[in-house]
Design a protein around this ligand. Structure first.
Ligand code: PMT
Length: 403
C-alpha cells in the first residue's frame, strides 16, 4: 500500500511565484494515494487559477471564508477537522506572520487556527525577507509550537537575488509528506552513521581517496530519519545533499572522522559505519606542492585508527554495524571483520560486481551476525537501505531484550 493512501491533505496556497508549481505538487501527492483539498488566498489567485487546481485535485477549491455555497459543500470547520495534514506551500512571509499572530482574516489563516491537524509550512520568499528579524522570530515561534517547517531551499530567486528563500522542489515536498506519515518505529533512537570517502592529503593539491559517493550511507540516514530516528551523519566529501532533518558533520580525513565518531557514538543507540575510510594516511604531508623532479617517488604511509573497531571498544558502546567492501571471498572476509572488530552486524557488498557497490545507484548486501546470514537483493540503494534499517532495528531490539 502507498504511504499516502487515503491520507487527507489540505494544501494551502498563498501568493508567491512558486504557486505555479502547486498543480504538479497536487498531481504527485495524488499519485501517491492522497486525497487533496486546495485552499487559496487572494494572493495565490494572482499567480494561478482555482480552476487549474480543481482540475488536478478533482475537488472543489476553497478560496473564501464568506462563501455560502462553499460552506454548504464543506464548511471551513469541517475542512479543519477533515485534514490529516495541512501543507502551506508556498508560504509567504505574510501568511507566516498571520498564522503566528493568530489572525483569522481569510480562509487559510482561519483553518490553521481551527484545526488540530499538524501543519507543515514550506516558506517561499525573497532571501532578505526570509532573514528579516520578524520572519525569523515568527518561524522560531511556529517551530516551538510544533509546526513543521519544510525548507526553504537556497538558490537563484525569481527576483534575481541568490540565497535562502526558494520553496523546496516538488520532489522534496512529496518525500517530506511521505516521511511525515511513515511508521516511526525508530522513535527515541539516535543513529550515528558514517558515509562517503575520506581524503588523505599528500600535499596542498593532492590526496589519496576512493570511489565512495556517499549514496549508500546517505540512503541509510534517510531511511532511519523517516522511521523516526534522530540521525547524525558524519560524512566525508561527497556531491549529494544530506537528507533534510539530519545533523550533518562534515569531515575530510579519516582522523577527523575518527574524532567525530568517538565524540557522537557514546550518545548513540546505533552506529553504522558505511564510510569507505582510507586505511592509511601520509606520514609527512608536504607543506608545498611536490615537484615532479624525480623519476621515482616514495610516499610513506601510517595506519589510520580503525573507527568502527574503536567505537565497538567503548564502555557505553551503541549497537555497532560495520560494512565490508570485498572483491573476493566475501563471506570469509566479512565474518573475519565481524569478529575482529567486535561488531554486532556486518553488511557485506561484493564491489567487484558491475552495477553495484561504489558510486552506483544500486546495491546488494549480505548481512552477517554471529549466527545469521540474511540477503538483501540487488535494488536501488534507497530500497536496500530501508530493508537494512528495519533489519538492524530487529537485531537491536532482540539484543536489548536479552539484557
Ligand atoms: O558510498 P557509495 O558509493 O554509495 O558506496 C557504498 C560503499 C561501497 C562504500 C559501502 O557500501 C561500503 O561497503 N562501505 C564500507 C567500505 C569499506 O571501507 O569497507 P572495509 O571492508 O574496508 O572496512 C570495513 C569496515 O570498517 C567498514 O564499516 C568501514 O567503515 C570500517 N573502517 C575501515 C577502516 C577504518 N580505518 N575505519 C573504519 O571504521
Amino acid at each position: 500500500m502507498q504511504i499516502l493512501q487515503d491520507k487527507k491533505i489540505v494544501l494551502g496556497i498563498s501568493g508567491g511565484i512558486a504557486a505555479y508549481k502547486t498543480p504538479e505538487l497536487v498531481r504527485r501527492l495524488k499519485e501517491h494515494g492522497a486525497d487533496i483539498r486546495v485552499v487559496m488566498t487572494d494572493g495565490a489567485k494572482a499567480f494561478i487559477t482555482p480552476l487549474t487546481l480543481q482540475a488536478v485535485s478533482g475537488n472543489h477549491v476553497s478560496d473564501s471564508l464568506l462563501d455560502s455555497q462553499a460552506e454548504l459543500a464543506m464548511g471551513h470547520i469541517e475542512l479543519a477537522k477533515w485534514a490529516d495534514l495541512i501543507i502551506i506551500a508556498p508560504a509567504t512571509a505574510d501568511i507566516i506572520a498571520r498564522i503566528t499572530s493568530g489572525m483569522a482574516n481569510d480562509l487559510l489563516s482561519t483553518l490553521c487556527l481551527a484545526t488540530s491537524a499538524p501543519i507543515a509550512i514550506a516558506p517561499a520568499m525573497n532571501q532578505q525577507m526570509w532573514h528579516a528579524k520578524a520572519t525569523q522570530a515568527n518561524i522560531s515561534t511556529l517551530k516551538h509550537w510544533g509546526l513543521h517547517i519544510w525548507g526553504p531551499g537556497a538558490g537563484e530567486q525569481a527576483c534575481g537575488d541568490i540565497g535562502l528563500g526558494r520553496m523546496l522542489d516538488v520532489n522534496e515536498l512529496v518525500t517530506l509528506s511521505s516521511d511525515f506519515f511513515a511508521d516511526k518505529y525508530l522513535k527515541g533512537q539516535h543513529w550515528v552513521i558514517t558515509a562517503g570517502p575520506t581524503r588523505e592529503a599528500i600535499d596542498p593539491v593532492r590526496y589519496i581517496s576512493n570511489h565512495s559517493s556517499g549514496k549508500m550511507g546517505y540512503a541509510i540516514a534517510h531511511a532511519a530519519l523517516r522511521s523516526g530516528a534522530q540521525v547524525t551523519l558524519i560524512s566525508g566529501p561527497v556531491n549529494i545533499p544530506a537528507p533534510t532533518g539530519c545533523e550533518l558533520v562534515q569531515v575530510t580525513s579519516a582522523e577527523q572522522m575518527h574524532e567525530q565518531a568517538l565524540n557522537y557514538a557514546p550518545q548513540a543507540t546505533t552506529f553504522v559505519a558505511c564510510a569507505a575510510v582510507a586505511d592509511y594516511r601520509v606520514a609527512d604531508i608536504a607543506d608545498e606542492k611536490i615537484k615532479k623532479d624525480n623519476k621515482h617517488m616514495q610516499i610513506s604511509l601510517i595506519k589510520n585508527h580503525d573507527i568502527v573497531a574503536d567505537v565497538a571498544k567503548l564502555a557505553d558502546k551503541p549497537f555497532v554495524v560495520g560494512f565490508a567492501a570485498e572483491t573476493q571471498n566475501v563471506e570469509h572476509y566479512a565474518r573475519g571483520k565481524l569478529m575482529r572488530k567486535n561488531l554486532d552486524l556486518i553488511a557485506a557488498n561484493d564491489v567487484a560486481k558491475a552495477g553495484q557497490g561504489f558510486n552506483s545507484d544500486d546495491n546488494a548486501l549480505t548481512i552477517y551476525s554471529a549466527i545469521d546470514k540474511i540477503e538483501i537483493p540487488l535494488a536501488n540503494k534507497h530500497i536496500v537501505a530501508k530493508q537494512l534499517v528495519s533489519l538492524i532495528n530487529q537485531h537491536y531490539q532482540a539484543k536489548n531484550t536479552e539484557k
